[in-house]
Design a protein around this ligand. Structure first.
Ligand code: 8DG
Ligand code: CA
Ligand code: CA
Length: 333
């Protein structure tokens, strides 16, 4: 069997998607304009799911999620092979510095702005000023190169096996799902999004002590077997850290969320994504009189106030309730 193709190579519009993603990141990190960010992301997602090469802005405009401004950019790119807006961004030192610093996990747009204001604009500068960084950001800086490497599917499969084996050993009632792009079947992923639940932990049974220890026990177990190597942050329900399959592999970003049993499927759906798929599904839910988020699906009464969550026993239940055609994770692009 040949080497699996990267998704980009099979996407006839991948060059459009690349510049749209770059514009999206610019809006998020430099302008902090989340609406423009979402618009570019949506356009990129629509184009990456389009089976044929787009030949003009006019043709692109016919697709849902692509408006006049983006259509114009597609025309400019087709005619000149570049975008003036991106050239301006590349030539602006503040923008490039902010974009660089936000590549470090834990450094968000606001922190990047304040660092640049203080004259810290390179990774070298950052390394000299770790006093200005949190533990999370210091680890992010230390493993920046590793964390930016994509994780092959086969490596996540091995990590998954290890997590499942060790946690089932700790307690056979744990339920574990790795979500994100991995669950959508992608050949490689940016990080490992792990959701865990246990029948003893539900949203109404607030057994705080039990919950408190559950995630700590999980992380301690994964540290003991040598998989988890760094902790960026550890709360009652959310762990952010790093793991390493063995010395032949780079350090990988691993997130673990402990989810109440009754909220598990809404959460699995949410963290499977993609984020544009989630947005479309939420809009559809609202049209059907429901509000959907990562915790629950609730009917919205005539007053506009959400009612009690409906009981959910599978992802399919959520689709059924809002009368949305079921999509397998691999189809949620
Ligand atoms: P990747 O890691 O391979 O780059 O892709 P991913 O797994 O799809 O993206 P992610 O950033 O790890 O997020 C995981 C899922 O979480 C995503 O597919 C959908 C859901 N999600 C949203 N909105 C957001 C958001 O604003 N931030 C994050 N981190 N996740 C979000 O729907
Ligand atoms: Ca992910
Ligand atoms: Ca993630």
């Amino acid at each position: 069997m040949g080497k699996r193709k990267a998704p980009d190579e099979s996407n006839p519009n991948h060059d459009f998607c690349e510049f749209l993603t770059e514009l999206a990141d610019y809006e998020k990190n430099v302008n902090r304009d989340i609406h423009k960010y979402s618009a570019y992301r949506k356009a990129s997602s629509v184009l990456s799911n389009h089976p044929t090469r787009i030949k003009s802005g006019e043709e692109a405009r016919k697709l849902k999620g692509i408006g006049e401004k983006i259509a114009k950019k597609i025309d400019e790119y087709l005619q000149t092979g570049k975008l003036r807006k991106l050239e301006t961004i590349h030539n602006d030192s503040t923008s490039t510095a902010i974009n660089l610093l936000t590549r470090v996990t834990g450094i968000g747009p606001a922190k990047a702005h304040s660092l640049v204001k203080e004259g810290i604009t390179t990774l070298e500068d950052l390394r000299k000023h770790t006093d200005k960084l949190t533990h999370h950001q210091i680890i992010g800086l230390r493993y920046l190169e590793d964390f930016e490497k994509k994780i092959p599917r086969q490596e996540i499969e091995q990590i998954e096996k290890m997590i499942v084996k060790d946690l089932k050993n700790l307690d056979p009632d744990f339920k574990i799902t790795i979500c994100g792009s991995y669950r959508r079947g992608k050949p490689e992923s940016g990080d490992i999004d792990t959701l865990i639940t246990h029948p003893d932990f539900t949203s109404d049974k607030v057994d705080k002590k039990h919950k408190n220890n559950m995630l700590k026990d999980i992380v301690a177990t994964l540290e003991k077997c040598g998989l988890v190597t760094e902790t960026l942050s550890l709360g009652e329900t959310k762990f952010m850290g790093a793991c390493k399959l063995n010395s032949d592999h780079p350090m990988r970003r691993l997130d673990i969320r402990l989810i109440p049993y009754d909220q598990y499927y809404c959460c699995v759906l949410y963290f499977t994504g993609s984020d544009t798929f989630n947005k479309d599904m939420r809009i559809h839910a609202l049209e059907k009189g429901f509000t959907l988020n990562e915790y629950s699906l609730r009917p919205v009464g005539v007053t506009g106030v959400p009612g009690e969550p409906v009981e959910i026993h599978s992802e399919e239940d959520i689709f059924d309730y809002i009368d949305y055609p079921y999509k397998k994770p691999e189809e949620r692009g």
